[in-house]
Design a protein around this ligand. Structure first.
Ligand code: IPE
Ligand code: IPE
Ligand code: MG
Length: 271
């Protein structure tokens, strides 16, 4: 794996970004796809592609932190990825340990809190411990929340939430009329995160592959042809520029948004 310099962001504030004509999304989520093809195109092992993918992570974290993104959520391993060949899964699990150990000092130094969405209990013990350690180590971070989606499935998160509410309803602890969107979201592993504003996928595919199905309901989507190891700080800035050009209508008309601004639809408020 290429040795990278540690995360050393320049102090760029969200205001400075705005002055430069760039709207910085509050919550950016990324489907980090294309490691395998990046490696195969170079005659390397797929695991080498995953190792090189760590550089994409570093670049994305650095740029997000620099521009004042509050929440960055990275799809690192899906529930469906358990179906991959064992050596590839093992390599990914080892790389997560390496990432946690190598990056924790810089993450803490830059006020980045680490969080997991998905099922951390599914991970092998060494990986789980390494991830739990970096979460504890960076717990005081108050500049950005970096969420790693690990053994994550959007449908599974929804179904687990339904199940837990059903159990509590059966015991009389929850009334059906209490269950609204916010109440439901509190049962999901993403409960500490706001809705996704910008969803990026590298690797050239235009699909969501079971990522944040509930949380990205009104996310702006950008599908990039580049493979994940080629992701750079500037790539994220280009995505912000494209995001800035979009009009988020949340069901209203463009004229309404011109007058009222980009106001998310709130199902709990009367019209
Ligand atoms: C994304 O890269 C990383 C994970 C899914 C863990 P892939 O491994 O899916 O790379 P491609 O899509 O096969 O190129
Ligand atoms: C999505 O990529 C999962 C992650 C990036 C972790 P995949 O490569 O697993 O998605 P599909 O199989 O192409 O839909
Ligand atoms: Mg893939």
């Amino acid at each position: 794996m290429t040795v990278q310099s540690p995360i050393k962001p320049k102090p760029v504030t969200p205001e400075e970004a705005e002055a430069a004509g760039v709207t910085v999304p509050r919550h950016v989520a990324i489907i980090m796809d294309g490691n395998g093809r990046w490696a195969q195109a170079r005659g390397l092992d797929r695991a080498d592609g995953h190792a090189e993918g760590a550089s994409g992570v570093r670049q994305a974290v650095r740029a997000a932190r620099k521009y004042g993104v509050e929440y960055l959520t990275l799809y690192a391993f899906s529930v469906a990825n358990w179906a991959r060949p064992t050596p590839e899964v093992e390599a990914l699990m080892r790389l997560l340990v390496e990432f946690a150990e190598k990056e924790k000092a810089e993450l803490r130094e830059h006020g980045i809190r680490v969080n997991v969405v998905g099922e951390i209990e599914d991970l092998p013990t060494a990986t789980r411990h390494a991830v739990e350690h970096v979460i504890d180590y960076c717990a005081d971070g108050d500049r950005m929340t970096l969420s790693l989606a690990l053994s994550y499935g959007g449908r599974r998160d929804i179904v687990n939430a339904v199940r837990s509410l059903a159990v509590r309803a059966r015991a009389g602890l929850v009334l059906p009329e209490e269950i609204d969107e916010n109440f439901f979201h509190r049962e999901m592993t993403t409960h500490t995160l706001p809705d996704v504003d910008l969803l990026i996928r590298t690797g050239g595919e235009s699909r969501v592959s079971d990522f944040l199905l509930f949380e990205a309901a009104y996310a702006e989507m950008q599908f990039l042809p580049i493979m994940w190891p080629d992701f750079r700080e500037d790539t994220l800035v280009d995505c912000f520029r494209e995001f800035t050009k979009r009009q988020r209508r949340f069901g209203r008309t463009g004229d309404q948004v011109d007058v009222q601004g980009e106001v998310p639809f709130d199902p709990l408020q009367p019209k």
